[in-house]
Design a binder for this molecule. Structure first.
Ligand code: TYD
Length: 139
């Protein structure tokens, strides 16, 4: 069963340069899956939280391209909080974990890579349903 211990911060390459810094991420290298989708979250008003849900199949890789925010992951038994505040760190989140994004700083920009195309059926949006699916070993 997937647990919060499977969530990993991955340090990305960085080329520090007086002209400006550069980082990159490659699929099946730094990002441990094939990327089928990219999306980004921006203009988050102060105090808002996003992403209270789990995915059955979709794995994610999240980068704070700008600013900072917290990603809270929860496997039904344990929770962990990861603060992303550098654009050369990515957070790998396997499928079947509840995750929420919160404490967005002003002008923060979250870039997310997904292993699956968008599919509403892949979401578990009720925390009670998530706990039951976990307890029954269905996700
Ligand atoms: P959602 O995943 O619920 O946002 P968050 O996890 O940040 O709270 O997505 C919000 C809306 O955007 C939802 O109606 C579905 C739509 N959406 C897509 O159509 N395609 C996508 O790739 C994503 C991530 C969301």
């Amino acid at each position: 069963m997937v647990t919060v211990e499977d969530v990993k911060i991955i340090e990305l390459p960085k080329f520090l340069d007086a002209r400006g810094n550069l980082s990159f991420a490659e699929q099946l290298n730094h990002i441990p899956f094939e990327i089928k989708r990219t999306y980004w979250i921006y203009d988050v008003p102060g105090g808002e939280a996003r992403g209270g849900h789990a995915f059955r199949e979709n794995q994610e890789f999240i980068v704070a391209l700008s600013g900072a925010f917290d990603v809270v992951v929860d496997d039904g038994e344990n929770k962990k909080v990861f603060t992303l505040n550098r654009s050369y760190y990515g957070l790998y989140i396997p499928q079947c974990l509840w995750r929420t994004m919160e404490n967005f700083s002003t002008n923060s920009l979250a870039l997310e890579f997904g292993s699956e195309h968008f599919d509403e059926e892949d979401y578990v949006r009720e925390y009670g349903d998530f706990l039951k699916l976990k307890k029954d070993g269905k996700i």
